[in-house]
Structure formats: C-alpha cells, structure tokens
Design a protein around this ligand. Structure first.
Ligand SMILES: Cc1cc2nc3c(=O)[nH]c(=O)nc-3n(C[C@H](O)[C@H](O)[C@H](O)COP(=O)(O)OP(=O)(O)OC[C@H]3O[C@@H](n4cnc5c(N)ncnc54)[C@H](O)[C@@H]3O)c2cc1C
Length: 409
C-alpha cells in the first residue's frame, strides 16, 4: 500500500495550527467517509426517484477521489487497487448506485492509466481527470448483444484525418451526467467482430440521443439509460493497444474487483441492519435470541467468505499487475473471471440471509430494518455481465488448466 505522507490542511490541530501529516491511505479513508455520509443521506431518495446521486458524486469530486488513481507524473496521488476497492466497499455500504458509479468510473480510469502512456491525448485526459475530477462512463453493451463484450458490431469510420462511430448503446450508466466516455468498437468496417479498439472521449467528441429509460428493480441511481452514441473526433482518441490486451490486463480485473467490492459493501450494510434487528429483538425478549438468529449467523458467515475471496484476488492482482504473462495466464484469468460470478452470488446470498434474519421488518419498505433497497440493488450483480454467459464462456478454458497439486500453488 502506498504510504506516502501527505498534508491535510483542513485537519489542522487547534493548538498548533500545524497541518496533520497523514499517510495517503488514511487520507483516502477520511475523505471516503465524507463522501459516504453524503451518499447515505441521499440513498433512499436516489433509489425512490431513480435519480443520479449528485450530492455524493459532487462530494467525491470535492474530495478528489475521482482522480485518486492518476499517477503522480500526471498530477494525481497514484492510489493502489487496494485503496480504490476500499472506497468501493465503503460507498457500497452507504449507497449501492454511488458505489457502482465509482467502480465503473475507476475501471475506465484504470484503462487510461495502464494503456494511455505515450499517446498525447490520453495523457492530457489523465491530467484532466486529476485536475478537473472528470467522471467517465462506459459503453460496452451494444444492440441485443448483452454482455458479450468481446464482440462489437459498430465499426470505426475514417474521414479527413478524423474518425466516426455510430453505436446502439443499449445501456450507459450515468451517460447523461458523465464528462466523458470510454467505449469499445470494431477496428474498421472490414474487421472481425472481435477485432476491437478502445476509445476515450470527452463530451465534445460525441452526442447521445436517448433511446431507452431505466425503470428497474434496483441500482436505480446509476441511471443506466440506452442511447444512440454518435462519435466524430480526431483519431488519437483510440488507444494504441488493441482491446483484447486491455480487456485481459485491465478491464476485467478492475471491473471484477471494483464491482465485487461494491457488492460486498451492499451485503455488509444489510448484515449491519440485521445485527441491529437481532440485538433489539433479543433485548426485547430478555436476552432470548429470536429463531431467525441463525440467518444472521449465515449472513455473517457468507460476508466473511465474500470478503476473503475478494482480498485473495486483490492480493493476487496486486502481485502481478504489471506482469503481462501472468495476467494473460489461464489460472489468473479463471480466478478473476470467476470472482465476479462467485462474489455476485455470495453478495446476494448474504443479503437474503440478512432479510430473513429481520423477518417482516426486513421485508417492509419502511422502518430502520428494511432490507428492500439492498436486495433490489444486489439482484443486479448476477446479471451485470450475466453469470450464465460467463460460465458458458469459461468452460473450455477451464478444461485446459491443471488441477492444483498442492494447497498453495
Ligand atoms: C446496474 C447495471 C449497470 C450497467 N451499466 C452498464 C454500462 O454503463 N455500460 C454498458 O455498456 N453496460 C452496462 N450494463 C449492462 C451489462 O454490461 C450487460 O450488458 C448486461 O447486464 C447483460 O444483460 P443480459 O443478461 O440481458 O444479457 P446477456 O448477457 O445477453 O444475457 C441474457 C440471457 O441470455 C443468456 N445468455 C446469453 N448469452 C449466453 C451464452 N453465451 N451462454 C449462455 N447463456 C447466455 C443468459 O443466461 C441470460 O439469461 C449494466 C448492467 C447493470 C445491471
């Protein structure tokens, strides 16, 4: 973890007037707590009204968390994957939509940071994310293609030194609110569907015309509306590396680690409510545990498994994040891909146990112990890149990877 010392002027001790010296991770935690408080205060209204969590994202901008991943040389503090996922988890406990927006944004920023060096436009964009705290959205889903990210229909067109793209973007979370967009596309009209490039765009580069609303069970604040995306911009918006590499080395690990951390946060919030409920019920019954207490134990147990699974994968990624060979290996890929499947199922299981621990109080949409919002939000996890699709795609690769010969290899 990065333990660079930084000054936090607003924390000056009254006696000396001297700024406190904090290590960077502590500072991230303190600033995240401020954003989480704003997110929690607005979470019910964001969900009810299916509106963008503006107060929380504004706070993240003020606390300079949107640009936390940008390296020092481009004007940011260079946060690690551990720092970023900790923010996702903390925000998930407060407001699932805010956490998922933050997770998706950081995944796009990771592509810039890891694959943007050497391209003047992408380097400028990194500097702008740090200086202006720009919010980046993502467009991978296209037409009726669902979560089949490694296949694109819309192709890059070339004209007068510039490029164009017209894409049926079925779902772009916070597309209307974002300052920029990262999208995949087929390299050219005559390229195969899997021959893809990645583009990083700012608002002047594209227009969005709304094609679908976002009237969903949960994650309502992500405002994941459908758009017709039309791009006309200079050609330097295209990443130099082809998308297949970026997908394996950065997009998948960051998305799966950040999303899983956000879902774990939702699960933790539900477990916390269940704990308060069981304590209250036991107090009211002279210390006698209610029959549903077993569900609380199950919820705590599955949350512990979920956190352990995420941290194991976090450590594995951190150990090889700049090692292209390991990132491309069958074992690493199977593990990071299955993390998404297992974390999403475990998060849902945890929230279900929490709801059953709370009984009717959890089932109600009102009251201090309602688990309704958490359940509706976490139900998005198995379908956000559908688990069935992932499991079907990974079956062949899994056949090729060896069964471990020892416990720790
Ligand atoms: C909260 C949320 C936010 C999102 N934000 C964005 C965003 O910002 N940008 C973006 O681009 N997308 C976004 N998405 C969309 C997401 O990336 C996926 O495209 C989407 O979740 C896939 O949905 P699907 O289940 O309808 O599609 P599919 O993956 O097509 O699955 C549909 C059904 O078909 C089955 N199926 C399909 N293919 C196979 C296969 N090969 N093998 C087995 N079964 C298969 C699945 O079992 C599933 O039941 C978001 C989704 C959610 C839930």
């Amino acid at each position: 973890m990065n333990i660079q010392k930084i000054r936090l002027h607003e924390q000056a001790p009254a006696e000396t007037g001297e700024p406190l010296l904090l290590d960077q991770s502590t500072s991230f935690l303190q600033r995240t707590a401020i954003v989480a408080a704003a997110a929690a205060a607005d979470a019910d209204a964001v969900d009810r009204e299916a509106r963008f969590p503006k107060a929380a994202i504004d706070a993240a901008r003020r606390e300079e968390l949107l640009g936390m991943q940008i390296p020092h040389e481009f004007g940011g503090p260079g946060a690690s994957i551990h720092d970023i996922t900790e923010v996702c988890y903390t925000l998930g406990r407060a407001c699932a939509s805010t956490a998922m927006i933050f997770a998706m944004h950081q995944t796009k920023v990771a592509c810039l940071v890891r694959h943007g060096r050497g391209n003047a436009w992408l380097e400028t964009l990194m500097r702008r994310v740090a200086a202006e705290q720009l919010l980046l959205a993502s467009s991978t889903t296209e037409g009726q293609n669902g979560g089949n990210i490694r296949s694109s229909a819309a192709a890059i067109g070339h004209s007068d030194g510039g490029i164009s793209l017209s894409r049926d973007a079925t779902v772009i979370s916070y597309g209307a609110e974002a300052d920029g967009l990262v999208t995949i596309a087929r390299r050219a009209n005559d390229a195969a569907a899997s021959d893809q490039v990645l583009l990083a765009l700012v608002k002047d580069d594209y227009t969005l015309t709304r094609t679908q609303g976002w009237e969903t069970l949960g994650m309502r604040g992500t405002c994941s509306t459908g758009f017709e995306l039309k791009v006309a911009c200079p050609g330097d918006r295209i990443f130099p590396e082809s998308y297949d590499k970026i997908h394996v080395q950065t997009m998948t690990p960051f998305a799966h680690l950040c999303w899983s951390s956000a879902w774990a946060g939702i699960a933790a919030a539900a477990v916390e409510r269940a704990q308060r409920f069981i304590r209250k019920a036991a107090r009211g019954a002279g210390g006698q545990m209610p029959p549903a207490a077993a569900h609380f134990t199950a919820a705590k147990r599955s949350l512990a498994r979920l956190r352990a699974m995420i941290t194991t994968n976090l450590d594995a990624f951190a150990a090889c994040e700049h090692d292209e060979r390991t990132l491309a290996s069958l074992d690493f890929n199977a593990s990071i891909t299955l993390l998404k499947v297992e974390a999403s199922e475990l998060a849902l299981e945890t929230v279900m146990h929490a709801m059953r621990a709370c009984g009717l109080s959890g089932y109600r949409n009102d009251g201090d112990f309602s688990i309704g919002r958490h359940l509706r939000d976490v139900l998005s996890a198995p379908i956000m890149i559908n688990n069935d699709r992932i499991l079907a795609n990974i079956a062949t690769a899994n056949l090729m990877s060896a069964v471990p010969a020892s416990l720790r290899d």
